[in-house]
Design a protein around this ligand. Structure first.
Ligand code: FES
Ligand code: FES
Length: 165
């Protein structure tokens, strides 16, 4: 039996009929066609599938699509506006916060949620926030620098010279 799911995705209402067992990450990628959300493990370890549900980061491989019914969903595709990179995306570019990029969408969504609630995070707060997001390539120094860059830009503060530049 199918269940009708209504969600607002990156500001746009969408609806679809899904099986009860469908995971949110598969709903996002295969039903909504938003493949920026990645699957790195399927076991709630890596955080590559992180999206925001009602503004809170969730690992979408651990949530059923039906649990998103009536809720607000934001994926990495929702960051850029009118062709302009979001400061978080700009930060990852400017501070070389990625290599293969597989973990990057999840890192960015976690960073977005952090900066919504903590506009001027300390390094410790940034590292704590991304503790559930694994990167197998870069180490975390440049990722932390990228998030710090975004925080400064979003606050209108002059962006400091990062270690990666
Ligand atoms: S794919 Fe969801 S945590 Fe790794
Ligand atoms: S950049 Fe490759 S896993 Fe993070």
């Amino acid at each position: 039996m199918g269940y009708r799911v209504h969600v607002t995705v990156n500001g746009t209402p969408r609806e679809a009929e899904v099986e009860a067992r469908l995971l949110l990450v598969h709903f996002i990628r295969e039903v909504l066609g938003l493949t920026g959300t990645h699957i790195g493990c399927d076991t709630t370890n890596c955080g590559a599938c992180t999206v925001l549900l009602d503004g809170r980061p969730v690992k979408s491989c651990t949530v059923f699509a039906v649990q998103a019914d009536g809720r607000d969903l934001m994926t990495v595709e929702g960051l850029a506006r009118d062709g302009e990179l979001h400061p978080i995306q700009e930060g990852f570019h400017e501070r070389h916060g990625l290599q293969c990029g597989f973990c990057t969408p999840g890192m960015m969504m976690t960073a977005y949620a952090l900066l919504q609630r903590t506009p001027a995070p300390t390094e410790e707060e940034i590292r704590w926030a991304i503790a559930g997001n694994l990167c197998r390539c870069t180490g975390y120094v440049n990722i932390v620098e990228a998030i710090r860059y975004a925080a400064e830009k979003l606050r209108g503060a002059p962006v400091t010279t990062g270690r990666g530049s």
